[in-house]
Write a protein that binds this ligand. Sequence first.
Ligand code: C2E
Ligand code: MG
Ligand code: MG
Length: 625
Amino acid sequence: MEISENLKSKVIIVADTDPKLVVDIVSSLKKEGYFNIKIAKDGKKVYDHLRPYYEEPEEVGLIIIGENLPLCNVNEMCITMSNFEGGILVPFIILQSDENNVDTSGLRNNNSYTKGVIHSIKCPLDFSAFPLVVGFQLLMNYERFLRYKQEDRLINELAERKVVDARLKYLVVHDELTSLLNRQNFERRLRLVLKRNNRLHQNGGLLFIDVDLFSLINELEGFDVGDRLLVEIVAIINKLTNKGDLFSRIGSDEFCLFLDNRSAAEIVRFAEKIRKDIYEARLFIGDACYCTSVSIGISGQNTRKAVYHPGEMISRARQACIIAKESGRNMIKEYNEEHARVQERDRDIYWVPLIRNALVEGKLFLVYQPIVNLVNGDISHYEALIRMRGLDNEIISPIDFIPVAERIGLIHRIDLWVIEQAIDFLAALPPKMSQTSLAINLSSVAFQDSSLLPTIKEKLELSWVDADRITFEITETVAVDKVEQTRELITKIRALGCKFALDDFGAGFCSFNYLKSFPVDYIKIDGQFIRNLVNDDTDQVLVKSMVEVAKKLGKKTIAEYVETPGAIHKLREIGIDFGQGYLFGKPQMKLLSKTKISLTGLIKREGKTKNNHPKIDTDKKTFIR
Ligand code: C2E
Ligand code: MG
Ligand code: MG
């Protein structure tokens, strides 16, 4: 029987009142290489020896104890210390003297005794066999310890998985902060209600409620206050609703409330009551008192002109809500088809000449943002992002002009311009940067353009840029109805050597479906899950499950909106491969001069800054209402 050095270093306590016996035992053990031996004359001393190992009982290998040891009840000590359930598992060898045998019947019936954790041995000892018994006890104990640890780990994993499963199940239908229906479930139920109402000629109406200046509250007071405020607002609205109404949180500060079986006038009155109650409420959060207001858009279900699709109804109410905001906030507006069309047309009339002009006069340009390997800090590649110069040379965000360009059909020209520009940029880099690669965003209609594939092919051939230096980013709005055609084109472009990324993953409702449908190399997890990841358990659960799925499918993951060092920590813990965000670098016209970012440097810097709230970029329109 081979006893490892590790086992020989375990503590062995020899406790007996007979000094000769103790000396003989100790020397026979030392001869076998056991060196961590402690001696005790009574029970109190045994406990003294054990105390330092309270946190790591596995360090105690064995207690050899005389059955008549004073200041303790040996039977009791053996039973408690060798108790399996608590995980404290110290085996015993009880030395039985010839005379005055202690009554051990209670001990013999004990579980530990029958399992061999407690072993009794008659004196005088046979020192040729004794070390074998000791070695056997140590080995057995070590195996038990490993098994216990393994079981413990499995139980923890199982418990964790159960919690995650339960939360995911809950999240499938609810919003975690407010316990309201989430958008998906709301839409599902609304569809049924709309159908029933159409059949029964019953009216209802949808309120789209948006908290005014919520982003400012978040920014100034922190996310905790923002969250509490939302909960308070929900409580006010909940008091007014009826049983059949459907109430949902569909965006960070956006709520939808479907009022069933009400006339148009009743719905407006109801909306007015919500607006007034929230405006007049004083919301106490901590020591501070807050006042806030909401803008409400209404889309009525007038069954004379049936609306079947919940998305359509939400979109109408939302448009009305935007008008309420633009008209000064704390207002209610009803959707009016004419009004909405006029607004959109006005917007297009303003933008179309600007975009055309930008294309002709070279007022479009690209900026580049680094994407960083979260394991070693290497800059993996850059994302090319488009910008436009306006009439006063101001820089206009793609969020403002890309949707218009898509609507009016100018987007194909923009897509091709971006591809050509990005490949030219790579071709012009100095030889030492010949490995640098770029991600290029494609619009949602890019795949409907038959010149896309030939343009990419030709441009790559003429410029001598390796195709694997290009990754195309697509979003899930891409070709909803043309999945097959899109998949074919993606496959052809990948055959050239280019890679694909699924952008804004998780932001829509079909992300996982798209992942299944399109052969992509990366998934880019939408920034909304990342920016508050450190403080938000729900985001953590969701991001973990996205990473799990991505890993199973062999895709690499990229997190957008990495804004704080704390996020790096969390992302690395979760196992995300790459990060992109203002923390590593904002989009700029030039590439960074370095090829690596010191992740430890960034994390160290965090210790010096107190404020842990993610920074909010106030110059981004999306966050200011
Ligand atoms: P996207 O492809 O998801 O790009 C990421 C956006 O997040 C960029 O906004 C980037 O500036 C921003 N961003 C990056 N890191 C952070 C951060 O830490 N915090 C915050 N708050 N934002 C961060 P950008 O450049 O305004 O682009 C917006 C969207 O416009 C892009 O989203 C993309 O969908 C579209 N887009 C941009 N360039 C192009 C293009 O060349 N062609 C097409 N078709 N669409 C483009
Ligand atoms: Mg992108
Ligand atoms: Mg994105």
